[in-house]
Write a protein that binds this ligand. Structure first.
Ligand code: NAD
Length: 341
């Protein structure tokens, strides 16, 4: 049992967020995880209570704890407020988005997949200025978007990927880009990535792929990949693709790492189509919590929870519908607690 107490911010989130967060905190409590939660709102829940999607007390809490577990937040499509996920990454300089993708269920399309996508989290088209210009008789006939890449951020993310590979016993880093077409935006990233890769020669192998070829090869031969490092938009798409190989978004966790703060979350969104139905899969958020436990060096508790997850999946009696079962979120939570050592 851990006597250490670690203050951490908890954001239940929107849609299925509060349901899966309840289950995840119940499992963490049963596993005697060290976190002492400060619960705060963001997204639509923030608007309802404070009239803003990112209330000041939420920001202050993360600034203080430097650690957060976050449920999914709804972002309006097309208009409305800017993504709170993107704002949080920028506010806390969370430059590295790490998404491990591992086969857990036999129903996934492939077995024995074990790769990690490291995504640059602050630049590219996610930090872009978007504009409409008049054309062809339309007031908004052209849409423009000015993404950017910096040398320093490219170096930092690629170095992070290589250091991650070394610390986690991984053998190869694949640099993914589109420098053949986006010669400056993606070319500058590739240039810096190659320089960083050379400094790891003899320690970690590296190769390069153009993003479209990478997407194709991930489907045909995902075992060829170990650590992928890439820019923001490509990383977003490739990590969702990779999660599809191992059973879908319900099993994909992610972490956003900065120098002074880290935020852990499921890769999936707020799933409004199943919100409130007690059928959402809590495993992706729970797996994000195991990443958070490892981040604070509570390896043993993380491992115990991972073993409970494996047992629940093997037992098959408490699987949610997205992974082929008929169990509810709460059934799965109870099974996880039952299988905890
Ligand atoms: P989504 O991930 O919410 O849902 C896609 C599909 O996967 C849906 O059919 C949904 O039911 C299913 N699904 C997702 N999570 C599941 C789970 N845990 N268990 C079972 N099924 C699950 O993607 P979307 O519908 O494109 O987005 C909905 C909202 O979420 C949007 O507002 C979007 O901006 C937001 N979003 C937030 C995050 C985040 O907070 N990190 C990430 C992605 C999308």
């Amino acid at each position: 049992m851990s006597l250490e107490q670690i203050p951490a911010t908890l954001i239940p989130g929107d849609g299925i967020g509060p349901e899966i967060m309840d289950s995840v905190t119940a499992v963490l409590t049963a596993a005697q995880a060290p976190f002492v939660w400060e619960s705060h709102k963001a997204g639509l829940a923030g608007i309802e209570e404070y009239d803003t999607p990112l209330p000041q007390n939420t920001l202050e809490s993360i600034r203080k704890t430097g650690l957060a577990l976050k449920g999914p937040l709804t972002t309006p499509v097309g208009g409305g407020f800017k993504s709170i996920n993107v704002t949080l990454r920028q506010e806390f300089g969370l430059y590295a988005n790490v998404r491990p993708v591992k086969t857990l269920i036999p129903e996934g399309r492939f077995s024995d997949i074990d790769l990690v996508v490291v995504r640059e989290n602050l630049e590219g088209f996610y930090a872009a200025q978007e504009h409409y210009l008049p054309a062809d008789g339309y007031k908004e006939g052209i849409a423009t978007c000015t993404g950017y890449t910096t040398r320093l951020e490219s170096q930092r993310i690629v170095k992070f990927a290589f250091d991650y590979a070394m610390a986690n016993g991984r053998k190869k880093v694949t640099i993914v880009h589109k420098a053949n077409i986006l010669k400056k935006l993606s070319g500058l990233f590739l240039e810096e990535a190659r320089k960083v890769a050379k400094t790891y020669a003899g320690k970690v192998d590296f190769d390069e792929r153009i993003v479209d070829a990478c997407a194709m090869q991930l489907v045909i031969n995902p075992w060829n990949y170990d650590v992928i490092v890439t820019t923001n938009l490509f990383g977003d798409i490739l990590s969702d693709l990779a999660s599809g190989l191992v059973g879908g978004l319900g099993l994909a966790p992610g972490s956003n790492i900065g120098t002074d703060a880290a935020i852990f979350e499921a890769v999936h969104g707020s799933a409004p189509d199943i919100a409130g139905k007690n059928t959402a899969n809590p495993l992706a958020l729970l797996m994000a919590a195991t990443l958070m436990l490892r981040h604070v060096k509570h390896e043993n508790t993380a491992k115990r929870i991972e073993i409970a997850i494996e047992r629940v999946i093997k037992d098959r009696k408490a699987l949610t519908p997205d992974i082929g079962g008929t169990a509810s979120t709460r059934d799965m939570e109870q099974a996880l607690i039952h299988f905890l050592d």
